[in-house]
Design a protein around this ligand. Structure first.
Ligand code: NAD
Length: 370
């Protein structure tokens, strides 16, 4: 048994508290089967932390995150408490973690297997076989640019401004990451911008072309964001790696997620610029869904996205590719056997969150022993 990997665990609000324990269960199953130990340190963030400590995340907990090999997260938020005037917002926890851990690359893999294709809202033949990753730049762009403010001019007209700012270093880092990733997959990158209108996008495209020249084995195409919004629905199978800036990525990743039909299936990874002690990137792993207050506490949330986030953690922050693949195959088997929660199994007996986690953990142990 090797020295334990230190994982910070933040279930957060709502169904985060139900799905994250199933991801921990999957990690323990693969750890037991393959001889790895995990040291989990659980902490609060979001509304649960505001209620307990008066802050969305404590400084000492952020320090624990920084010293971990990786962070496993559930969800934050509760729309029932969404009043504009609330002074401390739960989203601050995520923004602080992203900024302080320099999590610059958000990865959202979208794979539509034959068993998932019927769940998609799109025609089955259009989506079956989709296997793409959206790489979204996460620490720059309009969500962080200054000035960002509103005011009233002398005529009483209310005005507001946000600033879309990117540096050469930020763009080069994310495009290089996308090209490296493409090398391990289909060797194709679609770089998304709005270069016909925005200066920041013209710089983005210029640097994307410079970086592409360093990767002659990777095909890099440039697609305008409005065209990409259309192509993701019309020809999603054409894409391998899609890379884009923060706000375009925010929108396109939600669109891409819909290709699979259930929000409970999709994991995500946010990777840092720094290496952890295992020699891999420090990363933050979370399902793409939110806290789902409409089903929280009922024990019916699909734990798949959280468990697949744990698989991404094994691959990207611990370098355990074989183990990650075992977890992914165990999830695929459970879905193939239709041993799943009600969002997937609509015409038969559905499992609870815990039952589905148990099935996947058992499949992991079986696959690892084979
Ligand atoms: P949501 O993802 O929480 O829920 C959308 C719909 O999908 C709901 O009907 C929900 O029941 C269903 N759903 C979500 N996850 C599911 C799962 N694992 N299994 C089965 N069904 C699932 O989005 P929302 O309702 O727009 O947002 C709820 C709260 O979550 C808001 O406060 C929002 O700000 C927050 N949010 C947080 C994150 C995050 O923490 N990263 C992401 C998105 C939304």
């Amino acid at each position: 048994m090797t020295a334990p990997y230190r994982i910070a665990v933040i279930p957060g609000d709502g169904i985060g508290q139900e799905v994250v324990p199933e991801a921990v269960k999957a990690l323990n199953a693969i750890g037991d089967a393959c001889g790895h130990a995990f040291e989990f340190q659980e902490m609060l963030a979001g509304w649960v932390a505001i209620d307990a400590y008066g802050t969305p995340i404590r400084d000492e907990d952020l320090e624990v995150c920084k010293r971990s090999h990786a962070i496993l997260f559930g969800a934050n938020g509760d729309p029932r408490r969404d009043e504009i005037s609330v002074p401390v917002r739960p989203e601050r926890a995520l923004l602080r973690i992203r900024k302080e851990l320099q999590l610059f690359a958000n990865l959202r893999p979208v794979r539509v297997t034959p068993e998932l294709a019927p769940v998609s809202p799109l025609k089955q033949d259009l989506v079956e076989g989709v296997d793409l990753v959206v790489v979204r730049e996460l620490t720059g762009g309009i969500y962080y640019g200054e000035p960002s403010r509103r005011w009233q001019d002398e005529d009483g007209e209310r005005r507001a401004v946000d600033t879309l700012l990117y540096s050469e270093t930020e763009i080069r880092r994310i495009i290089s990451y996308a090209c490296e990733l493409a090398r391990t997959r289909g060797s194709h990158v679609a770089s998304v911008d709005k270069a016909n209108v925005l200066s920041s996008s013209r710089l983005w495209r210029e640097i994307a072309m410079e970086v592409a020249a360093e990767y002659p084995d990777v095909t890099v195409e440039h697609v305008l964001v409005d065209a990409m919004a259309m192509l993701l629905i019309r020809e999603p199978k054409r894409f391998d790696v899609i890379v884009t800036e923060n706000m375009f990525g925010d929108i396109l990743t939600d669109e891409a997620a819909q290709l699979t039909g259930s929000i409970g299936l999709l994991p995500s990874a946010s990777l840092g610029a720094e290496s952890n002690e295992a020699g891999h990137r420090l990363g933050f792993y979370e399902p793409i869904h939110g806290s789902a207050p409409d089903i929280a506490g009922k024990g019916i949330a699909n734990p798949t996205a959280a468990i697949l986030s744990a698989a991404l953690l094994l691959r990207n922050s611990l370098g355990l590719e074989k183990e990650a693949a075992i977890v992914e195959s165990a999830v695929a088997r459970a879905l193939r056997e239709r041993k799943a929660t009600a969002d997937i199994v609509r015409d038969g007996p559905a499992l609870t969150t815990t039952q589905m986690g148990d099935v996947i953990a058992a499949h992991i142990k079986e696959a690892a022993a084979a």
